[in-house]
Design a protein around this ligand. Structure first.
Ligand SMILES: [Zn+2]
Length: 61
């Protein structure tokens, strides 16, 4: 089981779902951790991208 490197929150326990997107590879789910870090999850692959708290993985602040 993986955890958030910033606050230790378990990745299996989704804090907040930001948005979901259907892709040909499956479903991509953007989630936000308890510390504010954005995560990109892909069905079957888990967390594939993780942003730093307060920064995010996209350019929207
Ligand atoms: Zn966190």
């Amino acid at each position: 089981m993986s955890i958030c490197p910033f606050c230790g929150w378990p990745d299996t326990d989704v804090y907040e779902v930001v948005s979901r997107h259907r892709t040909p590879e499956g479903e991509t789910v953007w989630t936000r951790c308890a510390c504010g870090s954005l995560q990109v999850r892909v069905t079957g692959a888990g967390v594939v991208t993780r942003g730093r708290p307060g920064v995010g993985v996209c350019q929207r602040s």
